[in-house]
Write a protein that binds this ligand. Structure first.
Ligand SMILES: Cc1ncc(COP(=O)(O)O)c(C=O)c1O
Length: 455
């Protein structure tokens, strides 16, 4: 007879306090412990001059360990899509964790399969879509690269200058910003086309010259037969660069003519963030072959996914490809809750409406402060780019660094990004409210006024 001995649970349940790990919230102790035990690679990425320590979050707000409150305009790098401590996510995760905390895809579990069904329902319904779940964006990018090469039998791939696709070997090889590329030999067969940045691009604004550059990249940099092209419809870490209408569709035509697949990276721009439907590609009248998802998909729980046309994904049917934690049921339960909340709380409309109001604040500031060279964005994905001179567009990186410190002082958590580190990136959780716009305006006005006093 099979046993019924649950001794370990009984032991723990008899005195649960004994098994609780203690957390020391003393500021100096937190800093010292991190300095001592984190590897240099994990210590290095620090945004502010002094550490910012978050203890608690609720919806669009954060509190540090000393009780100071902030309006979050970064969403933990766009992961916390529907807000901190979201009750629907908490309930879904708690329920699932009490059932089974992990179950690999070798065994069958309904939660990831439900989630795959619900996710594919968000894609154009005249295609049949399937999902491969993984744990992060970079893992999903790597898989998309492998899938495109496997399906087409071609090796060459095109990516865009100023793109960011992640830190693993494959994702880093596709990333077009030197700050994020290590000085070692990365993957071969990847060519970069100039990005159609309408503010700072090599041809200025317009679409055709950039498409001609893409023609040249394919013609001179590849065999002429490619596996595909990776595109972020709005470049994220690159400094919120929305690709102009006509570029993505023109690029898709050229990529398909060269035998390649069109791969869209929606890791930052997906899940309604742009306020124009679930996916930013829908604004470009295109249907990609492969879509890469992560970040906002799980509201912070580790989760990534590749959604692909079914006949394309079949290319991997007979090869082993297994992520141990891929399709973890707790993460997938969080993902299901994210979809429910986005739909039932109309967060895509909210992203559009509140996003417009926040963008107006940035535009008004641009009228007042000539250091703001450009303001751009869609929905809750926007940016202000700082320049020393509006004519030369020389990046104002030092001023940006100072402004960034000031935004923290005024109670905003934002991000400093772009290849020249001169872009203030604003990407709040999708649940940010109209009532927050006044605080946003006051905080930024105060920050810019103080920046100007220091000149
Ligand atoms: C557009 C884009 N793609 C891919 C990634 C990689 O995701 P992850 O950090 O989860 O590996 C990122 C991360 O910032 C990203 O912004």
């Amino acid at each position: 007879m099979i046993g019924t001995n649950t001794k370990i649970s009984e032991t723990i349940n008899s005195d649960p306090k004994k098994f609780e790990s203690q957390t020391d919230w003393n500021t100096d102790a937190i800093v010292e412990r991190r300095e001592r035990f984190y590897a240099a690679s994990q210590r290095a990425f620090v945004p502010y001059d002094t550490p910012l320590i978050f203890k608690h979050g609720q919806d669009q707000y954060l509190w540090d360990e000393k009780g100071n409150q902030y309006l979050d305009c970064l969403s933990q790098n766009l992961c916390v899509s529907i807000g901190y401590n979201n009750p629907a996510v908490t309930a879904a995760v708690q329920n699932q964790a009490e059932q089974i905390q992990h179950c690999t895809t070798m065994f069958f579990h309904p939660v990831p399969a439900h989630f795959a069904e619900e996710l594919t329902a968000k894609f154009p319904q005249d295609e049949e879509w399937v999902v491969h779940f993984m744990n992060s964006g970079a893992e999903a990018i790597d898989f998309a690269l492998l899938l495109a090469r496997s399906h087409t039998g071609n090796n060459d791939v095109v990516s865009l200058a100023n793109s960011y696709h992640g830190a693993t070997f494959g994702a880093q090889s596709l990333t077009g910003i030197s700050n994020f590329r290590h000085n070692i030999s990365l993957l071969n067969g990847i060519q970069f086309a100039p990005n159609p940045d309408q503010y700072r691009g090599i041809h200025g604004d317009g679409v055709q010259p950039y498409l001609e550059d893409l023609d040249r990249t394919i013609h001179y940099g590849t065999s002429g037969q490619i596996a595909g092209m990776f595109i972020e419809p709005i470049q994220g870490y690159g400094g919120i660069i929305p690709l102009p209408k006509g570029y993505v569709s023109g690029a898709f035509e050229r990529v398909r003519a060269a035998g390649g697949l069109c791969i869209v990276d929606e890791v930052q721009s997906g899940f309604g963030r742009t306020g124009k439907g679930y996916w930013s590609f829908s604004d470009h009248d295109v249907v990609p072959d492969i879509v890469v998802l992560a970040k906002g998909i799980g509201n912070g729980f580790p989760l990534g996914a590749v959604v692909a046309k079914k006949h394309i994904a079949e290319a991997m049917a007979n090869k082993f490809y297994f992520n141990t934690y891929g399709a973890n049921p707790v993460s997938c339960a969080a993902g299901r809750a994210v979809l429910q909340v986005i739909d039932q709380c109309n967060l895509i409309d909210n992203a559009k409406n509140v996003g417009e109001a926040l963008l107006n604040v940035l535009k008004n500031l641009q009228q007042k402060y000539d250091i703001i060279g450009d303001v751009r964005g869609q929905g809750l994905m926007m940016a202000a780019e700082l320049v020393k001179d509006r004519k030369t567009k020389e990046p104002a990186a030092d001023e940006m660094a100072r402004l960034f410190q000031l935004t923290r002082k005024y109670g905003l958590v934002a991000s400093k990004s772009g290849a020249h580190k001169n872009v203030l990136r604003i990407c709040p959780p999708l649940c940010i409210q109209m009532e927050d716009v006044t605080f946003f305006e006051e905080a930024l006005s105060g920050s810019f006024a103080e920046l100007y006093q220091s000149f």
